[in-house]
Design a protein around this ligand. Structure first.
Ligand code: NAD
Ligand code: ZN
Length: 255
């Protein structure tokens, strides 16, 4: 793999980048055993993720939506970060590096990535559905499985919801601002994302507009592929390791 000219070209770009931003999607956690939304295992019972991850679905049937999140929390709790998370955690120590993720599983943090911009929140956080006066904006709850569904709000007796961004909801403005700032960079790399979910999918195009070199790693072509400078096809957990090795070789002192 490491003799591939496209891979070598990308490694050279990455090694030379003063400011490097990476956007990750569900494909990065696939090798850890976390199902993607659109791949195999994306269906839960008979439901598509797009029909459960909405405020309307939660208003209609909070118990059903919570059963799905409780199931996902149990899967993720049994998963460990893979080689892709580990390479990105190492790159996180470089100055000028920003990691933006659409993933809600917390595996980047578990691998040691610092300051992850969590575009879509976290399944390990909850908040009061009614933003009751007594409750903090959100809090961590790692209990798996949850004993009562939907879980009660300890502050008002109402119910809590996962602190994630559902289809049709807006991104936390502070996180959005960080992600937008990350589009001002030398290289913007998107990995393991279907490039279908906006506004996250727009970030790479904004980076391109600002003059960044843009690249993608995915097992298949995506709607973004044609617009990017480089679209590499392959498993992210293999391609990132190969890139990391090439970058190290490029920066190693001459013997
Ligand atoms: P998606 O399910 O729509 O797309 C996953 C993409 O990853 C696909 O394009 C697929 O081709 C690619 N892929 C799968 N395995 C891969 C591998 N080994 N190497 C490289 N690419 C691989 O996910 P998305 O684009 O992240 O967007 C959907 C939304 O779903 C996001 O909001 C995300 O937060 C959420 N989601 C998160 C998780 C998670 O936290 N792990 C899991 C499922 C969905
Ligand atoms: Zn409450």
């Amino acid at each position: 793999m490491e003799s591939d000219p496209q891979l070598r070209a990308l490694a050279a770009r990455l090694a030379a980048a003063g400011r490097l931003s990476v956007l990750t999607g569900a494909g990065v956690s696939a090798a850890s055993g976390v199902p993607t939304f659109r791949g195999e295992g994306g269906l839960w019972r008979t439901f598509r993720a797009e029909d459960l991850a909405t405020p309307e679905a939660f208003a209609r049937n909070p118990r059903l939506v919570w059963e799905w999140y409780d199931w996902r929390r149990q899967i993720v709790a049994a998963c460990a970060p893979n080689a892709a998370h580990q390479v990105l955690a190492r790159w996180g120590r470089r100055p000028g590096f920003t990691l933006v993720t659409q993933n809600v599983d917390g595996l980047h943090e578990l691998a040691g990535s610092p300051d992850v911009a969590r575009f879509h929140g976290s399944i390990w956080e909850v908040r009061c559905r009614d933003w009751c006066a007594g409750s903090p904006p959100s809090w961590t709850d790692r209990t798996v499985p949850l004993p009562v569904l939907p879980p009660p709000c300890p502050h008002c007796g109402g119910i809590v919801r996962p602190n994630v961004v559902w289809f049709g909801e807006t991104i936390d403005p502070r996180v959005f601002a960080r992600a937008l700032a990350a589009t001002s960079c030398d290289v913007f790399l998107t990995v393991g994302t279907s490039a279908l979910v906006y506004p996250a999918a727009g970030l790479v195009h904004e980076a391109s507009r600002q003059g960044a070199f843009t690249a993608e790693i995915n097992i298949e072509r995506t709607p973004a592929s044609d617009a990017l400078d480089l679209a590499l096809q392959g498993k992210v957990e293999e391609v990132l390791v190969a890139l990391d090795r090439l970058m190290e070789a490029a920066t190693a002192p001459e013997p």
